[in-house]
Write a protein that binds this ligand. Structure first.
Ligand SMILES: *[C@@H]1O[C@H](CO)[C@@H](O)[C@H](O)[C@H]1NC(C)=O
Ligand SMILES: *[C@@H]1O[C@H](CO)[C@@H](O)[C@H](O)[C@H]1NC(C)=O
Ligand SMILES: *[C@@H]1O[C@H](CO)[C@@H](O)[C@H](O)[C@H]1NC(C)=O
Ligand SMILES: *[C@@H]1O[C@H](CO)[C@@H](O)[C@H](O)[C@H]1NC(C)=O
Length: 396
């Protein structure tokens, strides 16, 4: 290198000589050349010193650089640089940052009218994962309608909000008071004041309500129960040929049968609840003594009805154009009802069935009462009424 450098300098020298003295076609004389060479040598020496110094500084800088590079973490040249998975902009939003290398940040913003849920900034970590959680842009704030009551705090979530309730409040909207509730049902029971509810008191946080048994409905006063008439409201399933009878909380499907025929006595049904005896042979006394009519009656009573209570009245009516019987006798002829009912005359034409003993339901009692007609003290005819008393379990 030094050689070629010197040769180039000589060539330069000749050309310079030619150029400086165009008139003289020959090179400079030896004396002049030696002078120039000395100057050149001096110049080169200087250049060489500066060059060496420059090299030394460069080498030193390089060493420092190498040193500092080797101290950097992850300086291992064989390992691939850490990258994190590609992130997409959220729907209705924008992503800033497209480098997914270690330490790089990606930012997210939402379009106007949307608000960001999740992390607005995520950083690529050295284990190849992003800090934070996915960003989502939700339209209009879920909490904008202040859905949390009683001082609850609304927390935006993805597509839904959540209420953080203060102490003593709970529920999705903090609508329920959870503090130890006054049990109105209990308090009133102990007070022995008026019963809050006709049937059942149901305590709820901060309040109470009344409930009725099945087959009953709560009245608008909020405490009384009323029987539902399944027959009237067509809620029964009585088959054809039977008649629906409403009872307290329930219903019956009935189809009363006429007394069986025996001997000369036979009956025919004239209505769903009435049978009439067929005409008797003139001389058959037993037939004439048998009931001329048998009727069926159903009475639905509540439990513990106040007694005495008139349940049923029986009366006679003269056929048109004929005088009626001049006296009537009433009696109880069937049913195990001793001590429960009495049958008595209330006026000349009427008898009454009176309940004299309180009845507790549920129970069903059947009692047969009869009315015998007399004309001029002669027996004319007998009528029997079968009264079915249906007592509900409740006093309402
Ligand atoms: C990555 O590192 C962070 C903490 O620096 C940690 O929470 C996260 O679970 C790590 N993820 C994996 C996949 O190792
Ligand atoms: C919550 O209820 C408890 C028990 O009734 C009561 O002692 C407490 O003061 C209530 N706290 C608040 C914040 O109302
Ligand atoms: C009517 O329905 C009740 C149940 O509601 C059932 O027990 C009864 O057998 C039904 N009766 C008829 C005749 O279908
Ligand atoms: C039925 O009536 C006839 C007369 O018509 C009489 O002879 C007969 O004894 C009666 N039968 C009964 C069982 O009473």
């Amino acid at each position: 290198m030094a050689l070629s450098f010197r040769r180039r300098c000589l060539l330069l020298l000749c050309l310079t000589a030619v150029h400086s003295d165009a008139a003289v076609q020959t090179c400079m004389d030896k004396h002049q050349v030696v002078g120039v060479l000395r100057q050149m040598e001096k110049f080169l020496k200087g250049q060489e010193l500066r060059f060496t110094e420059g090299l030394r500084i460069m080498k030193s800088k390089l060493a420092t650089l190498q040193n500092s590079v080797s101290k950097l973490p992850q300086a291992d040249q064989s390992a691939a640089p850490t990258t994190c998975p590609t992130l997409e902009a959220p729907a209705h939003g924008t992503k800033f940052g497209s480098k997914y290398f270690l330490g790089h940040e990606v930012h997210f913003t939402c379009f106007p009218g949307y608000h960001l849920v999740g992390s607005a900034t995520r950083v690529c970590r050295d284990n190849g994962t992003w800090t934070g959680i996915s960003a989502v842009c939700n339209d209009v704030s879920e909490c904008a309608s202040n859905p949390c009551q009683n001082g609850g705090t609304c927390v935006e979530g993805v597509n839904q909000y959540k209420c953080t309730c203060p102490q003593n409040w709970s529920g999705s909207h903090c609508q329920h008071q959870t503090q130890t509730d006054v049990n109105e049902c209990e308090v009133y029971r102990l007070d022995r004041g008026g019963k809050l509810c006709a049937h059942e008191c149901v305590n709820v946080p901060g309040s109470y309500h009344c409930a009725c048994p099945s087959g009953y409905k709560l009245l608008p006063d909020g405490r009384s129960c009323e029987d539902v008439d399944e027959c009237l409201t067509q809620q029964h399933n009585c088959s054809r040929g039977t008649t629906c009878i409403n009872t307290g909380g329930d219903f019956l499907c009935v189809n009363p049968e006429c007394p069986a025929s025996h001997g000369n006595i036979s009956y025919v049904r004239t209505s769903p609840f009435q049978c009439e005896r067929n005409p008797c042979p003139m001389d058959s006394r037993s037939c004439h003594l048998a009931p001329k009519t048998v009727s069926f009656h159903y009475l639905s009573l509540t439990s513990n009805l106040k007694t005495p209570a008139t349940l049923f009245r029986m009366a006679t009516a003269a056929a048109p154009g004929r005088t009626g019987p001049d006296s009537l006798r009433f009696g109880i002829v069937g049913g195990n009802t001793r001590g429960i009912f009495v049958m008595q005359r209330s006026d000349r034409q009427t008898g009454e069935l009176i309940l004299v003993q309180q009845l507790r339901g549920p129970q069903e009692i059947s009692v047969d009462v009869d009315m015998s007609e007399y004309s001029e003290r002669t027996f004319q005819a007998k009528h029997v009424a079968r009264v079915n008393v249906l007592v509900s379990p409740y006093g309402f």
